[in-house]
Design a protein around this ligand. Structure first.
Ligand SMILES: O=C(O)[C@@H](CO)OP(=O)(O)O
Length: 345
């Protein structure tokens, strides 16, 4: 593909993103790209993967004239490509967020909070499906809450990763636990992904609602009261945490422990919970307390952000690898994808 064609395409993609950002497609990570040119094969080389919202919303159309890698990368758009520092290396890292798959208490419609319940079969399947969607995105470190449903989700998702590294839980609860879980082979170590568990990423503590049925509680206290407990920003349920309180510890953990890893170029996956992730997304997307209360996260759907030059760029939910659309996150991710293709095919 000639450079001009590439830039034209990128330009079209950029304007598509602009439209999306201006409201055509509110969840702007979920943009659908489709080819209108005969020679443009979306399933060739770097062009597999991609996304998204054509199911419900207007899709964006890009034109390309050859079956060659095309990557949307803000840093390589014409405006920045022509600047004198275009070769300057910029650090970039992927951040994947996944809410755990359906838990046994989600299924029973019980307030769960910090009660440690496992996934259902459906939750297991959702986690595996999530893993397929991120199977071509690099993961160097995983953070999960201290709760089994998030840990199961992370582990199950990683069974699908093409790189086939082994997630290994770091045990730092005691000196002995650390010493007894050491790995003595450098090669084996290189093929492992450290998994850090942190209570700060736990679901918000639901206080005296934990274990109660959501519908029965609404029948008893009124749906308005229950909605206030569940979705207000700063009103806690009886003896529990408000979203604001949950955000305080989850975001503090994110900025102190996770953001420095991203800044050093590590690609991170976080498997956590509806409310701890809403808190983190509020920070990443600079949402107001009004905006965050209407944000709902589905179980087992991964969301991708790119951390670049101190900014978080939302890229939406990666599609399953079988969905033949354009792989258009960043140049670096596309190169990683190509490397996987070369290594494993
Ligand atoms: O029960 C819970 O712990 C949470 C998440 O399932 O419920 P809610 O939807 O009220 O945030």
């Amino acid at each position: 593909m000639a450079a001009t064609t590439l830039y034209q395409s990128v330009g079209t993609l950029q304007s598509c993103r602009n439209n999306v950002n201006s409201g055509l497609c509110p969840d702007y990570g979920h943009v659908s790209f489709r080819s209108v040119s005969k020679g443009f094969k979306v399933d060739v080389g770097l062009l597999r993967g991609g996304s998204f919202c054509s199911r419900k919303r207007s899709s964006c159309v890009i034109q390309a004239s050859a079956s060659q890698a095309m990557v949307f990368d803000e840093a390589s758009a014409p405006s920045s490509a022509t600047t004198s520092d275009s070769n300057k290396k910029t650090s970039e890292a992927a951040l994947i967020l996944i809410r755990h798959g359906e838990s046994m208490w989600n299924e029973k419609n019980l307030f769960t909070g910090c009660v440690d319940v496992p996934l259902t079969t459906k939750g297991v399947e959702e986690a595996v499906e999530a893993g397929k969607r991120i199977s071509n995105i690099p993961v160097d470190m995983i953070y999960t809450s201290a709760l089994i449903r998030a840990q199961m989700t992370a582990m199950l998702a990683m069974t699908q990763h093409r790189r086939k590294k082994v997630p290994t839980i770091i045990h730092e609860e005691s000196e002995q636990a650390g010493a007894w879980s050491q790995i003595f082979s450098e090669d084996t170590n290189m093929q492992c992904i450290p998994v850090v568990t942190a209570w700060q990423l736990n679901e918000r503590m639901y206080g005296e609602l934990q274990g109660l049925n959501k519908q029965e509680t609404a029948d008893k206290y009124g749906s308005e009261q229950v909605h206030e407990w569940r979705r207000s920003y700063d009103i806690p349920p009886p003896n529990g945490e408000s979203l604001e309180m949950c955000a305080e510890r989850a975001v503090a953990y994110f900025t102190e422990h996770i953001e420095p890893q991203l800044a050093s170029g590590k690609n991170i996956m976080i498997a956590a919970h509806g409310n701890s992730l809403r808190s983190i997304i509020m920070y990443l997307d600079k949402l107001t307390s009004q905006e965050v209360i209407s944000l709902e996260l589905a179980t087992g759907i991964p969301m991708l952000y790119i951390f670049k030059e101190g900014r978080f760029i939302r890229r939406g939910s990666p599609p399953a690898p079988t969905e033949a659309t354009v792989y258009a996150y960043t140049k670096k991710l596309a190169q990683y994808r190509q490397k996987l293709d070369d290594m494993f095919e």
